[in-house]
Design a protein around this ligand. Structure first.
Ligand code: MG
Length: 305
């Protein structure tokens, strides 16, 4: 039976290193291909790696992954040291967006996905929000919010600028994750998720140090993983819901500003920020002022005047 591994970025890179053979002819969409005794291995741009032949299972098993059943073939998901079967557990996942964007909010979401919903969400196309277009985000977010208990904390720039005087950005993120997770745990009572998965941005010890003194700290069955969406669809769902709220805020702020606010923190952002100030608007209502962009904007304004 063929085996498929859905590899995250790092795993895919390692597999490519192992199998890539410059002499191989590549099928459409393929990135590498290797023919070995008893097994051929093909890696696709989508991150899927297909193992075919008598030794398919044996070769795929080298990659420290857990196999879950699928209709057509066995699909294997990269699970690291997470418990066996983790991708099909009921999981409360959390993720945030907006940390690298000068304009717009910091938005954190948690979504609870039951055992039965995992496959359904995957079939709907729920995956890493960075790979999805805005219209797809909107469509999927609405479906997720209809199906799953969730909570969102959307810190608009004004609130963000107030809080960032008191906390560093990672600490603020930790507070937001803890808050949204706690809210969903309350909403789903008396149910409990089998695990909680946080899209990791600091080490677990730093995360909990940041939460010191908080009245409620979500600690039980919590796992941290970078690229959390590749370990459980609940994190992918949380990233989509967060992006949806963030998009809506960006639209509202753009309307308030009378021009389209770009995401990111590049030169384009500085130019738009200059226009806002020239219009007499308060940058603190639109942007995260502690970013280096603020100094650049002030410098640009000084040069103009
Ligand atoms: Mg994240």
């Amino acid at each position: 039976m063929p085996e498929v591994i859905k590899a995250d970025h790092d795993l895919f890179a390692k597999m490519k290193q192992t199998y890539a053979n410059p002499a191989s002819k590549l099928a459409p969409g393929a990135v590498f291909h290797a023919k070995m005794p008893g097994v051929t291995v093909t890696g696709y741009r989508t991150g899927k790696v297909l193992f075919q032949g008598k030794l398919a299972a044996q070769e795929a098993a080298r990659w420290n992954t857990t196999t879950i059943a699928n209709k057509n073939s066995k699909v294997t998901t990269h699970t690291d040291n997470l418990p066996t079967g983790f991708p099909s557990w009921s999981v409360l996942g959390s993720d945030e967006v907006g940390t690298g964007s000068y304009f717009g909010p910091l938005t954190t979401a948690a979504v609870f996905v039951t055992k039965n919903q995992g496959d359904e969400l995957q079939e709907l196309g729920v995956q890493d929000s960075k790979k999805l277009t805005d219209p797809t985000i909107i469509k999927l977010a609405k479906q997720i919010m209809r199906l799953c208990p969730y909570h969102v904390v959307n810190l608009d720039p004004k609130d963000y600028n107030r809080l960032i005087k008191q906390y560093n950005q990672a600490q603020l993120k930790a507070l937001c994750h803890n808050l949204v997770l706690g809210k969903v745990l309350q909403k789903i009572q008396p149910q409990h998720p089998q695990a909680i998965l946080i899209d990791q941005f600091v080490s677990p010890s730093t995360y909990y140090r940041y939460l010191n003194g908080q009245p409620e700290i979500v600690k039980q069955n919590v796992y941290f993983r970078e690229k959390g969406e590749s370990y459980h669809v609940a994190v992918a769902a949380a990233s989509i819901v967060a992006r949806y709220y963030s998009l809506q805020s960006m639209d509202q702020l753009s309307q308030m500003a009378g021009l389209t606010l770009p995401i990111g923190a590049g030169q384009k952002v500085d130019q738009v920020a200059v226009k806002l100030v020239q219009k007499g608007l308060d940058l603190g209502d639109f942007a995260k002022l502690h970013f280096a962009n603020t100094q650049k904007v002030n410098r640009l304004l000084r040069n103009i005047n």
